[in-house]
Design a protein around this ligand. Structure first.
Ligand code: TXA
Ligand code: MG
Length: 315
């Protein structure tokens, strides 16, 4: 069901059902974060392994205080600067957060999305909402309600908020004694975060505390390669190019230019949509994406492209 009725969606959340929700990053598959049975349905529908914890979405700082056992001056400073917005902060959880949400970890990832529909839904539901991206596990993230319907036709309700404005998932950070570590890059960069809290680049990221950081992710059903890794004899008559600078465009069957203005933010906004479009296009057998320099937002873009390519590169 595809609709825009917030009251119905809030009723579904209260009743322990699943609602796909728009956020500024990607669509989320939401459930009452305080209802373990509802949260279990997320893992089931998404076919997500239980070791991969969920992000909890809040609408105000009251909810933050209830969800964490370690309120921290630094969290409040980060919240003031970046929330609502695409930043997830991993922090010690309180007892009301069940193990199914955090995959048994003592921490919980929390963010306040910068999307009016999402914030209003959380308010009307009267509870924080746990939501991973609304795609099947390991597949391309959804930036429109249609993308959600394509992968998760059985979701109880899809709240349509139009195309998302950021296009890639939130930056995820974890606070350590020395500062913050980045568990996932996003459009909020290390440089911006460093203006608020020091970057802890020296401590190793403990793999057990970042269980969702897999090598393969965001994966299209069709062969997907970064342009640098494409051999010159590739048959381009069935290849679609995700183009950024415009420099590679010759001879491909189809081209989607993600940014006429050479703006990395636009690449982020349009990247997953371009992947979906080529995945659905019968004339395209292989998808090629133009790489960017790994700096600032470029780090987040290359992270997504590499993970999307990972399984296909092994072929
Ligand atoms: O922008 C976003 O973050 C989107 C929207 C819907 O908010 N959500 C999203 O969720 O990308 P998901 O589940 O696709 O990715 C969340 C990642 C997972 O890889 C998970 O491992 C990590 O966050 N995560 C969640 N809680 C964590 C925790 N307590 N410790 C470490 N990593 C955590
Ligand atoms: Mg995801």
């Amino acid at each position: 069901m595809l609709d825009t009725n917030l009251d119905i969606a809030a009723r579904y959340i209260k009743d322990g059902k699943l609602v796909a929700i728009p956020t500024e990053t990607v669509y989320g598959l939401g459930a009452n974060a305080l209802d373990p049975l509802a949260v279990a349905k997320i893992f089931e529908l998404k076919e997500r392994p239980s070791f991969d914890p969920l992000i909890v979405h809040i609408a105000d700082l009251d909810q933050l205080n209830k969800l964490t056992s370690g309120p921290d001056e630094r969290i409040l400073k980060l919240a003031e600067k970046f929330w609502p917005g695409p930043l997830t902060i991993v922090m010690p959880k309180s007892d009301i957060v069940s193990d199914i949400v955090t995959s048994g970890l003592p921490t919980v990832g929390i963010r306040m999305p910068d999307n009016k529909v999402a914030l209003e839904l959380i308010k009307r539901s009267g509870c924080p909402i746990a939501a991973p991206s609304a795609n099947k596990f390991g597949r391309i993230s959804p930036t429109t309600a249609e993308h959600v319907r394509k992968q998760l036709p059985d979701v109880d309700y899809i709240l349509d908020g139009g195309k998302t404005t950021v296009g890639i998932e939130s930056t995820i950070i974890k606070l350590t004694d020395k500062g913050f570590q980045i568990l996932r890059n996003g459009i909020i960069t290390q440089e911006e975060l460093e203006q608020v809290v020091p970057f802890d680049g020296n401590s190793e990221i403990d793999k057990l505390s970042a269980p969702g950081m897999l090598k393969s992710h965001y994966s299209p059903k069709k062969r997907f390669l970064i342009a640098d890794n494409v051999s010159s004899d590739l048959d381009r008559s069935k290849a679609g190019l995700i183009s950024f600078t415009g420099n590679l465009e010759g001879s491909f069957k189809k081209v989607i230019n993600v940014s006429k203005a050479n703006d990395l933010r636009e690449y982020a906004v349009n990247m997953f949509e371009a992947m979906h479009t080529f995945e659905d296009d019968k004339e395209i057998d292989v998808i090629i994406a133009e790489p960017v320099e790994e700096q600032g937002i470029g780090k987040a873009i290359m992270d997504r492209l590499r993970k999307a390519e990972y399984n296909w590169q092994q072929e």
